[in-house]
Design a binder for this molecule. Structure first.
Ligand code: ATP
Length: 314
C-alpha cells in the first residue's frame, strides 16, 4: 500500500518557555493542503504563541523546542510571503499608512516574482477585486477604508502570491459581528479558491464550527481535544471543551459577553502542578486527575487528553 502523503504542515512536540515557565508545553498537530484547522481556547492558552512561532515570530526571551516542518522541510524566512502568509488581528499593523493599497500588493508580488511594475499592479488589482475591493478602494490609502475593507485588503495581500499555508490570528476580532462573518467567509473562500490551508486562531467557537474542518482546543499550553470541528464542537468529550462551549454568548446577550460557566482562571505558565491543569476547575476531577497529567488518546473519533472523558464508561 502506498504511504499516505506527508502533511503540508507538521508540528511536533512544540514547547515555548519563558523565564517564569513554559507557555506552550508539547503541542503537536498536522495540517493537510487545503484544510482549515482552528486553534481555540481561553486567553493565555498559548494559541497565538503557537501560531506565531510557525512563522518564526518568536518573542524576545522565548526558548523554543520541537519541530515544525512545512512541505517536508524546516520553515525559513524564504517561505514568508511565498509559501507561508500571515494575517494579524489588526489590519493596520499589516498595511503601510503611506502607500496606496494596490501599490502595497504590487510590492508584495514583486518581492517574490520577477514581474514588471505594471504587471504586478494588474495582479494586485485582480487580487483586490477578488475580495470585493474595486478600483476606488484599491487605489486608496488604508486609513480612508473601513475596518472590514482593510481586513479584506490584508486577506488579498496574504493570498496574492498563492501561499500553501495562511496563518490568521483572530483575523476578525476588530470588526462588528456582521462584518466578522462576511470577512471570515471571504477568507475561507479565497483559501479554498487558491488551494491554501488555513490555520485560524479564534475565540469564536460558533464561527469555528461553521468554517473549520478540524479544531484543536488548547488549555494551559497543551492541546486537550483535537478532531473534526463538527464532532469536537458538536459533541465534546473533554469537560473543558464543554465548559468553553457553554460559555458562548447566547442570543439576546451582548456580543462577547462571557457566562460564568467556567469558574476561576486557567493556571499561569509554570504554576501547574503534576496533575491535569484543568482539574482545579473541573467538576468531574477525580484523584488520578490531580496526580497525573493526561496525554492525548483516541476517544470517539477524536484525540482527547482527559482521564475521564464525558460519555466514556468508568
Ligand atoms: N513575550 C512574552 N513574555 C513572557 N510570557 C509570554 C510572552 N508572550 C506570551 N507569554 C505567555 O504565554 C501565554 C500564552 O500567550 P498567547 O498569546 O499564546 O495566548 P493566547 O491563547 O493566544 O491568548 P489570547 O487569546 O489572549 O491572545 C501568556 O498568557 C503569557 O503567560
Amino acid at each position: 500500500m502506498p504511504d499516505s502523503p506527508a502533511p503540508l504542515l507538521r508540528v511536533d512536540g512544540l514547547r515555548i518557555g519563558f523565564a517564569d515557565g513554559e507557555a506552550v508545553r508539547g503541542v503537536s498537530f498536522d495540517l493537510s493542503a487545503g484544510e482549515v484547522l482552528a486553534l481555540v481556547g481561553e486567553s493565555g492558552a498559548g494559541k497565538s504563541l503557537t501560531a506565531r512561532t510557525l512563522l518564526g515570530m518568536v518573542p524576545r526571551g522565548a526558548v523554543v523546542h520541537g519541530r515544525v516542518r512545512l512541505e517536508g522541510g524546516p520553515v525559513t524566512s524564504a517561505h514568508l510571503g511565498r509559501r507561508l502568509a500571515w494575517i494579524p488581528q489588526d489590519a493596520m499593523s499589516a498595511l503601510s499608512p503611506v502607500h496606496r493599497v494596490e501599490d502595497q500588493l504590487a510590492f508584495a508580488v514583486r518581492a517574490v516574482a520577477r514581474a514588471g511594475r505594471r504587471e504586478a499592479l494588474t495582479v494586485a488589482r485582480r487580487a483586490l477585486a477578488e475580495v470585493g475591493l474595486g478600483p476606488e478602494p484599491a487605489g486608496a490609502f488604508p486609513h480612508t477604508l473601513s475596518g472590514g475593507m482593510r481586513q479584506r485588503a490584508v486577506i488579498a495581500m496574504a493570498l496574492v502570491n498563492e501561499p500553501a499555508l495562511v496563518v490568521a490570528d483572530e483575523p476578525t476580532t476588530a470588526l462588528d459581528p456582521e462584518r466578522q462573518e462576511h470577512v471570515l467567509t471571504m477568507l475561507r473562500e479565497r483559501c479554498a479558491a487558491t488551494g491554501a490551508a488555513l490555520l485560524l486562531v479564534s475565540h469564536d467557537l460558533a464561527a469555528v464550527r461553521r468554517h473549520a474542518d478540524r479544531v484543536a482546543v488548547m488549555y494551559a499550553g497543551r492541546i486537550i481535544e483535537r478532531g473534526p470541528a463538527e464532532l469536537v464542537l458538536g459533541r465534546p468529550v473533554a469537560p473543558y471543551t464543554r465548559g468553553l462551549l457553554a460559555s458562548l454568548p447566547k442570543a439576546g446577550l451582548p456580543h462577547r459577553s462571557r457566562l460564568p460557566v467556567l469558574a476561576d482562571a486557567p493556571p499561569a505558565p509554570g504554576s501547574a502542578g503534576g496533575g491535569c491543569p484543568f482539574a482545579p476547575r473541573c467538576r468531574c476531577a477525580a484523584d488520578l486527575c490531580r496526580q497525573q497529567e493526561p496525554t492525548l488518546r483516541a476517544v470517539d473519533g477524536r484525540a482527547v487528553a482527559c482521564h475521564h472523558p464525558l460519555g466514556e464508561a468508568v
